[in-house]
Design a protein around this ligand. Structure first.
Ligand SMILES: [Zn+2]
Length: 352
């Protein structure tokens, strides 16, 4: 998951707009999403900024059927996605994959329920049915705290703005944010109706899609969507092009699972957030980040520091070149809290 970007852009109606937006791929721009064509019939969908959308989704089109990877952050986002999808294909969406259970990848599920099979690792079903997902992290801070705070701060900035252009831009952002908050009210957490545990193959007509569970990591049930012929993987938040949320992580297993990911024969990774990337070195860098974070947190925890203090003191700036969102020392406190909990679990296990 990641905090929604409140950026408003001027909208173009659906139009082929090759390389016009800094993309290396041809782009079709809809209202809420733009679609980068990664390969014939494979599109990477990201937000235009006209609404709060959540995850980046992937569209895979076969001769017969369409598969969508991840459903976004609200039913409204999923409906907008399906509307925009019409500029790409008229074939039916028969399969939806949730890469993992987090709200920004699954809270659009209800729009597809009954019309398409929603497929995920069995843990996703467990989590959505049992974890109180609308009251726990990451929904709790990102949606229940950050959204109202963001709206409040926009209103203050609008009141203080003297420049008319700045004010107008902030006002557009406010509308997007307020609509995003309204859209939360409609969410009914909807589990997948089809689950698997290790591997599932789906044929879309002339196109094979493999759903792979390579091990625990970002959560206990992350799916990698693999197109062996096209050499493309969709990795959800197991591997983003940026730092991922770590509040549900299994840290040591995550590193091992990323080893398994690197062994797959692919040349393009379409992550749940960020941008498409080709360099497997980024995965190695992320493994290094996870390893170093674990070492540093263990040492500060041994000195008796609270997770909050530790989150301020860790220093992963060595990875700034690979992950520019690292601005200085520190790490997301929710990830560090989870790491303390994970270390407690491990200590308990080794005592048994
Ligand atoms: Zn996530």
């Amino acid at each position: 998951m990641k905090t929604a970007l409140l950026v408003v852009t001027i909208l173009a109606s659906a139009a082929i707009d090759a390389k016009a937006q800094g993309s290396a791929y041809p782009v079709v721009t809809g209202k809420a999403y733009k679609f980068e064509q990664i390969a014939e019939g494979v599109y990477y969908a990201t937000a235009t900024g006209s609404m709060v959308t959540g995850s980046n989704n992937v569209v895979i089109i076969g001769d017969r059927d369409v598969m969508v990877v991840d459903t976004g952050t609200t039913p409204a986002a999923a409906r907008a996605f399906l509307e925009d999808l019409k500029s790409i294909t008229t074939k039916p969406v028969r399969y939806v994959v949730n890469t993992h259970f987090h709200y920004d990848h699954t809270d659009g599920n209800q729009v597809y329920a009954g019309k398409a099979d929603i497929i995920a690792h069995e843990y996703v079903k467990y989590a959505i049915q049992n974890l109180n997902v609308l009251e726990r992290e990451p929904f709790k801070t990102s949606q229940l705290t950050n959204v109202p705070n963001g709206i409040e701060s926009l209103m203050q900035r609008i009141a203080a703005a003297s420049d008319a252009g700045v004010k107008a831009s902030l006002e557009r952002q406010l509308v997007v944010a307020q609509q995003g908050r309204e859209a939360l009210k409609e969410i009914k957490p909807t589990p997948p109706n089809v689950t698997y545990s290790k591997k599932k193959v789906v044929n879309l007509g002339g196109r094979e899609v493999q759903l792979l569970f390579l091990g625990r990591g970002h959560t206990n049930g992350d799916t990698v969507v693999y197109l062996p012929k096209e050499k493309i993987v969709c990795t959800g938040d197991l591997m983003e092009s940026q730092l991922a949320y770590m509040g549900d992580a299994q840290f040591d297993e995550w590193i091992t699972t990323l080893d398994a990911l690197k062994k797959l024969d692919f040349n393009t990774d379409l992550p749940g957030h960020g941008v498409p990337f080709k360099d497997k070195g980024l995965i190695t860098a992320y493994q290094g980040y996870l390893r170093d974070l674990t070492t540093q947190v263990a040492s500060l925890r041994n000195q008796g520091l609270s997770p909050e203090r530790t989150a301020q003191q860790v220093d992963l700036t060595a990875y700034k070149g690979r992950f520019p969102q690292i601005q200085g020392p520190g790490a997301d406190v929710r990830g560090v809290r989870r790491m303390y909990e994970w270390m407690d679990e491990n200590a308990k296990k080794s005592k048994k």
